[in-house]
Design a binder for this molecule. Structure first.
Ligand SMILES: NC(=O)c1ccc[n+]([C@@H]2O[C@H](COP(=O)([O-])OP(=O)(O)OC[C@H]3O[C@@H](n4cnc5c(N)ncnc54)[C@H](O)[C@@H]3O)[C@@H](O)[C@H]2O)c1
Length: 445
């Protein structure tokens, strides 16, 4: 399966060598010749996938060579848009098109991220994968390890907001000590309320599968269950444990990536989730998550407390260094330091507070950047994307502990990141790694 794609890569790399010699770009990251187009295939072409593939396609050096979707209606729309072949099964697409493509975008529900991304990497394809990087911690670790083994592959998680000027500048300013030594970090989101169901029991019974949907392929690696209209496909799967990662999985990679970049956070030592309506099928409708990260050269103390709220819970203004009585905005991260607080909104709006007052945050110091084009440029040897899988895995693994912890509400759990175990709850292993459904196993996962 991989032979074909390697042969295209070998040709591209050989041609790229000349371009590299002339341009001075480090040979290690050179990918395609200057006059070669980057050929990409999308996996999941409806929903966010439609935006993803159109954004990638708007890069002048990109050709969309194939599309894949398990929903025949979404597939047809994408095939017409890009005038290219379409597939329902990404495994078939990569087997047939591997020698004609250089990279893939993965925009499926979370449980299919790792299987699709790893199939791509097994076949030496560059990968742009939606957030959270994976459904399980084990999968994140495996993708991270694979990207270390294949450093020539350019990877990027779909946290497009990380490329906003504001968020990039916030990372630089935090590194330069704008809030002094970091004392604590907060992140919060208004999801899932009003967006998708959480905290509910599984709906009984089944409905006929729509003719345009391949339900078996949609389920993929997840355990089999009957189709239920409006409950899973499309969009509503987020709060269902077998498919999504709940509000923290859905939103935290967008919201708290800034301090992970700035302070090189790796993994917490402990985590605890407070919530009261986790069900056997769904994550809770709201929760408070508390983690303790080890301190480092950026911290005021020997630990860095990290707090996450979702479902409408907000921190008090005074708790995060905002003046009392000031409205706390939604979908935000607060980095509280010894000398002030930086409030970083999900969309890159940044505010600075200290001494009980708001101060002007000087923005506009960086050039705007398109996250999708940055990945393509990386694949073409012209850039080095920061949301690569090694970073994405670190961030995702920590946030997925929230999805694990809601099964043990109110318990402080220890995390052995190296061994990927919860030493005081060995039963958590099944939430960290799962057995894939027969027929959907993936090499290296
Ligand atoms: N970065 C962002 O701002 C952002 C925004 C929304 C969603 N997302 C992410 O994008 C991903 C998709 O979310 P969504 O809201 O578009 O979901 P969705 O359910 O609305 O759409 C998913 C699409 O993928 C297709 N699909 C499902 N399983 C597939 C498979 N095995 N192979 C090929 N196609 C498959 C579906 O038919 C559908 O077209 C999620 O990971 C989500 O977290 C990111």
């Amino acid at each position: 399966m991989s032979g074909g794609s390697i042969s295209r890569r070998t040709v591209l790399k050989g041609a790229a060598a000349g371009a590299v010699a002339m341009s001075g770009i480090a040979p290690g990251i050179a990918r395609a010749a200057a006059n070669e187009k980057f050929h990409v295939a999308s996996i999941g072409s409806g929903g966010m996938g439609w935006g993803d593939i159109n954004q990638v396609a708007s890069h002048p050096d990109v050709v969309v060579a194939a599309v894949c979707d398990v929903d025949a209606n979404n597939l047809k729309k994408a095939m017409e848009q890009f005038n290219c072949p379409g597939f329902a099964d990404y495994r078939e697409m990569i087997a047939q098109m591997g020698n004609k493509i250089d990279g893939i975008t993965v925009s499926t529900p979370d449980h299919t991220h790792a299987p699709a991304a790893m199939t791509g990497m097994n076949n030496d394809l560059h990968v742009y994968c939606q957030k959270p990087l994976t459904w399980s911690i084990h999968e994140s670790r495996a993708l991270s390890n694979m990207s270390k083994q294949k450093p020539d592959l350019v990877t990027q998680m779909g946290t497009q907001r990380a490329s906003t000027e504001g968020k990039r500048q916030a990372v630089n300013e935090l590194k330069n000590g704008i809030v002094g030594q970091v004392v604590s970090i907060y992140g919060w989101s208004d999801r899932p309320a009003g967006w998708w169901p959480q905290g509910q029991d599984r709906k009984p019974g089944s409905d006929p599968v729509p003719e345009h949907l391949d339900w078996d392929l949609w389920l993929g690696v997840a355990p089999e269950r009957p189709y239920k209209s409006g409950s899973y496909a499309h969009f509503a799967w987020r709060g269902v444990m077998d498919f999504g990662c709940g509000a923290i999985g859905d939103m935290a990679c967008h919201i708290v990536d800034t301090p992970f970049y700035a302070y090189d956070l790796v993994a917490p030592m402990t985590f605890r989730v407070d919530c009261d309506d986790t069900t056997a099928d769904q994550y809770p409708s709201k929760e408070s998550v508390m983690m303790t990260f080890p301190g480092n050269q950026f911290s005021a103390r020997d630990t860095i407390p990290f707090t996450w709220f979702d479902g409408g819970i907000l921190p008090a203004a005074s708790e995060i260094g905002m003046p009392d009585g000031m409205d706390v905005p939604q979908n935000c991260c607060a980095i509280v330091g010894e000398e002030g607080t930086l409030l970083v909104g999900m969309d890159g709006d940044v505010r600075l507070f200290s001494g009980g007052k708001e101060h002007k945050f000087e923005s506009g110091k960086l050039k705007p950047r398109n996250h999708y084009h940055h990945w393509v440029d990386g694949c073409l040897g012209r850039a080095e994307p920061e949301a690569h899988f090694e970073f994405a895995a670190r961030l995702t693994e920590s946030m997925l502990l929230g999805a694990v912890g809601c099964r043990y509400p109110g318990s402080t759990l220890f995390w052995d990141s190296e061994k990927m175990i919860v030493p005081n709850r060995y039963s958590a292993k099944k939430y960290i790694e799962r057995t894939y459904r027969a027929g959907f196993e993936v090499e290296n996962l």
